[in-house]
Design a binder for this molecule. Structure first.
Ligand SMILES: Nc1ncnc2c1ncn2[C@@H]1O[C@H](COP(=O)(O)OP(=O)(O)OP(=O)(O)O)[C@@H](O)[C@H]1O
Ligand SMILES: [Mg+2]
Length: 427
């Protein structure tokens, strides 16, 4: 089977790394990929949003399965495009069609879906420029902090959490005024949920699902969760505070109603669902859905899957996921993201990366790197994710931090406190 993975980050590297361990005869391609994915796959210089080019490389390389990494091509309808083209018939897509991708592509749709299917989530209402006055009244009736979310995709930067009433109204007007582009023409305003966040993941064939390892990521740039939001500075799996009784609540109150809700609404969802959750005094609430695997969460959940990843993907394609086994190791996986100086604001690129060859006890998933004159150099805000396993979280952390200290590039930085907030949750 020839498999094409769409995307270029550490998530896609982790998927390629895992598929390369399959006992099945697979040939891997990644578009556009990075120097890390080149270790186990053929990189193809194609933008996942250029559907015509994607089509060409599918045909040219006799691709039988496409695994979609990031959300943008899904929201744009890459699955519909491939499945709707007679010349590509028989090509399986791991990732939802546009209707399923709306779970992530539209916060308003997602909130409505949760309400229709009784899935626990923050109370909310949706507003537009025309209903600005109603929105102001709604905010006045709420208790701060106020949570304002741009409806459309905004690369993880479309959410404002504001304590002050006047600032919230100003923020709302800025969103309607185009602060996040067209994504903010509709704004979801919801109550603030006080708790601790984590993420849960399933793979589904539209009929049944398999629960993947849960994870907790660290979004803020600074230690102690300070500073700006990033794409993710690190992650841990399993999540110590996610007890089996808590995870049971997640499955009963959130996962099952979501899968059943999709069926009831005639949405044939084949792919991954990422549940952004808030643990509020022991009860789970959905903060958001993502229609794909997370980054950096993938870099910790994939290494904990002991079973053959291709067997699960094939289960999605053949719609017999229920008969496929999933084995998850009890070991802990952690990942520490090494980023460019200045990220998430402006940062330089093209700095040589050294020391990678000295790393033995961790897996390095490339996020933002490229080759220049035969040398590995930085090419993004997030540069590489350093993943380690251990029988305890501390053991895994020690390995990752010792590996991180062996790697260097100009201006590099990383958070030194990944997992620190979880230490008092470990039983
Ligand atoms: N109702 C809420 N109460 C408290 N915090 C919230 C709430 N909604 C969102 N947040 C915070 O804002 C962050 C971003 O919100 P959300 O996940 O909905 O946006 P996103 O742009 O889709 O993010 P992502 O890049 O993770 O997909 C959450 O991770 C959480 O920290
Ligand atoms: Mg999201």
């Amino acid at each position: 089977m020839n498999i094409l993975i769409l995307g270029s980050g550490a998530r896609e590297h982790a998927i390629a790394w895992k598929l390369a361990q399959s006992s099945r005869p697979l040939k891997l391609f990644v578009a556009p990929g990075n120097p890390g994915t080149a270790e186990t796959a053929v990189n193809l210089p194609v933008d996942p949003l250029d559907f015509e080019r994607v089509r060409e490389v599918i045909i040219a390389n006799s691709i039988g399965m496409v695994v979609v990494g990031p959300e943008a091509p899904l929201a744009e309808g890459i699955a519909d495009f491939i499945m709707g083209d007679p010349a590509l018939s028989g090509v399986e897509v791991i990732g939802p069609c546009r209707d399923g991708a709306m779970l992530e592509g539209s916060k308003d749709f997602a909130k409505g879906f949760m309400k229709r299917h009784g899935i626990p989530a923050a109370a909310y209402e949706t507003f537009t420029q025309d209903t600005l006055d109603d929105a102001v009244t709604f905010i006045r009736r709420m208790k701060p902090p106020y949570v304002l979310k741009a409806d459309g995709l905004a690369a993880g930067k479309g959410v404002l959490i504001i304590n002050d009433f006047d600032e919230a109204v100003t923020g709302l007007k800025a969103m309607f005024g185009g602060k996040f582009g067209a994504a903010g023409s509709k704004v979801v305003i919801e109550e603030y949920l006080q708790g601790i966040e984590m993420s849960a993941f399933v793979i589904t064939d539209g009929i049944s699902y398999r629960i993947l390892p849960e994870a907790k990521d660290y979004k803020r740039i600074g230690e102690g969760d300070t500073g700006k939001n990033t794409g993710g500075m690190g992650a841990v799996s399993p999540v110590p505070f996610a007890s089996s009784s808590f995870l049971e609540k997640v499955e009963e109150r959130i996962i099952k109603p979501t899968i059943e809700g999709l069926k009831r609404e005639g949405i044939d969802y084949r792919g991954f669902i990422f549940f952004g959750l808030m643990n509020v005094r022991g009860d789970p609430y959905v903060i958001e859905y993502n229609a794909r695997l997370g980054d950096p969460e993938t870099e910790v959940i994939i290494p904990r899957i002991a079973s053959d990843l291709y067997d699960l993907l094939e289960g999605v394609a053949h719609r017999d996921l229920a008969s496929r086994e999933i084995k998850i190791v009890t070991d802990t996986a952690v990942t520490v993201m090494m980023v460019s100086g200045g990220y998430p604001d402006s940062y330089g690129k093209g700095f040589p990366v050294s020391g990678v060859e000295n790393v033995a006890e961790s897996i390095i998933f490339h996020a933002g790197t490229t080759m220049k004159d035969g040398r590995l150099v930085t090419s993004g805000g997030r540069v590489m994710a350093v993943t380690s396993m251990g029988s305890t979280m501390q053991e895994a952390l020690d390995k990752s931090y010792s590996s991180v200290r062996k790697i260097s590039f100009n201006g590099m930085s990383y958070r030194r406190d990944i997992g620190a907030d979880l230490k008092n949750h470990i039983i």
